[in-house]
Design a protein around this ligand. Structure first.
Ligand SMILES: Cc1cc2nc3c(=O)[nH]c(=O)nc-3n(C[C@H](O)[C@H](O)[C@H](O)COP(=O)(O)O)c2cc1C
Length: 192
C-alpha cells in the first residue's frame, strides 16, 4: 500500500513538509509506503477547459509535471493533500493541480474510486478551514473516503520549523496518520 503526498508550498522544507512528515511517520510504522511530491519551484498551469482529456486518463497538456503527478495519484492507495494557507485558501500551485485533476476525473470516471484521502494545512493564523474544505472537495467529488483526526488538520507556524511548537497541531497530524493507516488496511482487506 502506498500514500502519495502533494506539498503545495513554495518552500520545500517548510511547515507543510513538517506536517506531511508527521503523518508519514505513522504510516511507515504501519508498513505503508510513502512518497511526497513538492510543487516548490514548479509552475503548474491551470486547467485550459479544453475537455480533451475525455477517454485519455490524464490531462493532454505536457508543458509541466502535472501528468506525472496525476499518474502517481492514480497508482496510490491514499492521497495526502498538503497546502500552506495563502490568502485564506490553498496555494495557487495546489489549486492548479486540483483543477486539472478534478476535470480529468470528471471526464474519466472511477479513477479515484475507493481511495483514502486526507488534507492538511500549515498556517500562521487564519484561513485553514477554507483551505481544508477546498482540498476535501476533491476527495468527496471523486468517490474517495476522507480521513479525519481529533481536530481539524491544521498546524500553526510562520517560519520553517515553527509548526513543531504547535503541540496540538502535531498531535492531530500523528492521529491523522494512524487513522489513515487504519482505513487503508480495512480497504485493502475488503479488496482481497
Ligand atoms: C503568499 C502568502 C500568503 C499567506 N497567507 C496567509 C493567510 O491567509 N493566513 C495565514 O494564517 N497565513 C498565511 N501565510 C503564512 C503561511 O501560511 C505560513 O507561513 C505557513 O507556515 C507556510 O508554510 P510553509 O512553511 O510550508 O511554506 C501566507 C504566506 C504567504 C507566502
Amino acid at each position: 500500500m502506498k500514500v502519495l503526498a502533494i506539498n503545495g508550498s513554495a518552500r520545500e522544507n517548510g511547515n507543510t513538509a513538517m506536517i506531511i512528515d508527521a503523518v508519514f511517520d505513522q504510516l511507515r510504522k504501519e508498513g505503508i509506503e510513502t512518497e511526497c511530491i513538492s510543487l516548490a519551484g514548479s509552475t503548474i498551469e491551470p486547467c485550459k477547459a479544453c475537455w480533451a482529456c475525455g477517454g485519455q486518463g490524464n490531462c493532454v497538456h505536457r508543458k509541466d509535471k502535472f501528468r506525472d503527478i496525476f499518474e502517481k495519484m492514480k497508482e496510490a492507495d491514499g492521497i495526502l493533500l498538503a497546502s500552506p494557507v495563502y490568502s485564506a485558501n490553498i496555494s495557487s500551485s495546489m489549486q492548479a493541480v486540483l483543477e486539472r485533476a478534478a476535470v480529468v476525473c470528471d471526464m474519466n470516471p472511477a479513477l479515484m474510486r475507493h481511495k483514502a484521502g486526507a488534507s492538511v494545512a500549515a498556517l500562521r493564523r487564519g484561513g485553514a478551514l477554507g483551505a481544508l474544505d477546498a482540498m476535501n472537495h476533491f476527495f468527496l467529488n471523486h468517490e474517495m473516503f476522507v480521513v479525519g483526526s481529533t481536530y481539524w488538520n491544521m498546524a500553526y507556524g510562520q517560519l520553517p520549523g515553527d509548526a513543531a511548537n504547535d503541540e496540538e497541531g502535531m498531535r492531530t497530524m500523528r492521529n491523522l496518520g494512524q487513522n489513515m493507516a487504519y482505513l487503508l488496511k480495512k480497504l485493502h482487506e475488503e479488496a482481497q
